[in-house]
Write a protein that binds this ligand. Structure first.
Ligand SMILES: Cc1ncc(COP(=O)(O)O)c(C=O)c1O
Length: 453
């Protein structure tokens, strides 16, 4: 039976003060063990710079930039001010057959930090929408060129491109796919890039000459004339920080170019300084045709994603279509005024404070600190690049994921937020992290691992 909420409680502060009385049953939480959480809730009340604080006043060092998104640190005043001003000036404006200045400003600011030539920006609301938008853009491109028979999309095992049908289909996570039987048709997958033989590798994996050549085999299997696009994360994040081998991305670029296949980089995690550069494309020196983003675009403050397309892709679709709407795709909130203002303010912060360069400058310290966990109990691999690290634990017999989940809870209680996928711990702090906070983070984690049997 419906109950009446305490409608007199309104402000966040009042809600936090009364957190113990909250009804937790109605919010069906995403990617969550709902039954466990609701029996053992952990509620975050506020955040500033590198820390969260829970509703019961427990301070937690943020080792994950929220969910890989708060790159400039929490509670940044210029972003909050831009959001407030935008909401008071123009709360919403359609971008279908109309526009507003902030969306164009945000697109221009974003285009300025994209790899050369990728300066046509399509706005979405999330990484999942960016992935599906990119895939549809690729299909639209081939259609406009008179090659509509190019319908196949190639993803990669252990790839994550969000949870919508397109991204799920090209993604390579069994657990996300198996329960949703219906998939986008005509998808195939490359092998993932993580060789079990290479452990405790610092930075990029050694060159593995024939890994990317598997794409040649898929091209020969399906016929190049049927393949529209290949989509990969330059560094796979969500499945446990899989760093590519030297030369791998360049090889994908060469093969896709040879056969007229579009290359899509999903930079939802790697964009906005995670590797010390605006994009991983720049870091690796490989430019895709389409690049997807979200998360750090607004510093996580307001949902927004974006897809940067090359002029070739954009012009082919836009100029190659009959008069009228050229791309039958978009979202009510594409280029939302409040999100666009948050993006402009965030990009301004990144530039003004030199946040990407700061991250680049700390990458070696980060690497050393991450690999200092090598001798902790149950650690079977450590991987790192930029300000990302993956620490893989041996799974407990018959209980995969249990050891890392215990570490997650222990770390939280010890004042550190980590992220776990299966038995892999991923760390990706806000990029404003200091050297001493890096040591604090890995010091705490070492202690947690020693306590986690
Ligand atoms: C590479 C990549 N693509 C897409 C997504 C999906 O983004 P969202 O959760 O905003 O839909 C994520 C989320 O972590 C991601 O890491």
């Amino acid at each position: 039976m419906a109950t009446t909420a305490k409608l007199d409680i309104r402000t966040p502060e009042e809600l936090v003060a009364a957190a113990g009385d909250l009804d937790l049953s109605h919010f069906w939480m995403p990617f969550t063990n709902n039954r466990f959480f609701k029996a053992n809730p952990r509620l975050l009340a506020s955040a500033k710079d590198m820390h969260y604080e829970t509703t019961d006043g427990h301070k937690v060092l943020d080792g994950t930039a929220g969910l890989w998104c708060v790159n400039a640190g929490h509670g940044r005043a210029p972003v909050a001010a831009a959001i407030a001003a935008a909401a008071q000036t123009l709360d919403f404006a359609p971008t279908f057959q109309l526009g507003h200045p902030m969306a164009f400003k945000a697109a221009t600011a974003l285009a300025a930090i994209m790899p050369a030539g990728l300066d046509r920006i399509f706005f979405t609301d999330s990484g999942s929408e960016s992935a599906d938008t990119a895939l549809k853009m690729a299909l639209a491109y081939h259609h406009a060129r008179g090659e509509a028979q190019r319908f196949r999309l190639i993803g990669r095992q252990r790839g994550y491109h969000g949870t919508n049908f397109g991204g799920m289909s090209v993604g390579g996570i069994g657990g996300n796919r198996r329960r949703h039987v219906s998939q986008v048709w005509g998808v195939d997958h490359l092998a993932h890039t993580h060789g079990d033989a290479v452990r405790f590798q610092r930075g990029m994996q050694p060159s593995n000459g024939n890994l990317a050549d598997e794409l040649e085999e898929l091209v020969q299997l399906h016929g190049p004339e049927t393949i529209a696009a290949v989509i990969v994360e330059p560094v796979a994040g969500s499945t446990g920080v899989l760093v590519p081998p030297q030369g791998y991305l360049q090889r994908l670029r060469d093969i896709t170019r040879k056969y007229g296949i579009l290359l899509i980089f999903d930079e939802v995690i790697t964009g906005f300084g995670r590797l010390g550069t605006p994009t991983a494309a720049e870091y690796f020196g490989v430019t895709p045709d389409i690049l997807t983003m979200a998360k750090g675009l607004t510093n996580g403050s307001v949902p927004m994603g974006a897809v940067a397309a090359s002029r070739e892709v954009h012009d082919t679709v836009v100029n190659g279509s009959p008069a009228g709407i050229e791309f039958f795709h978009g979202y009510t909130y594409s280029g939302h005024p409040v999100a666009a203002a948050a993006a402009v303010a965030t990009l301004g912060l990144y530039a003004d404070e030199g946040i990407f360069a700061h991250a680049a400058g700390l990458a070696k310290v980060w690497e050393e600190a991450a690999h200092s966990l090598r001798d902790c109990p149950n650690v079977i691999d450590i991987r790192n690049i930029g300000l990302v690290a993956g620490i893989e634990l041996a799974a407990r017999d018959g209980a995969p994921g249990a050891r890392a989940m215990e570490a997650f809870h222990r770390a939280f209680d010890a004042g550190l937020l980590i992220r776990v996928t299966a038995d892999i711990i991923a760390l990706s702090p806000p990029l404003i992290v200091s050297e001493s906070q890096i040591h604090e983070m890995f010091g705490k984690l070492a202690e947690v691992l020693r306590q986690t049997a």
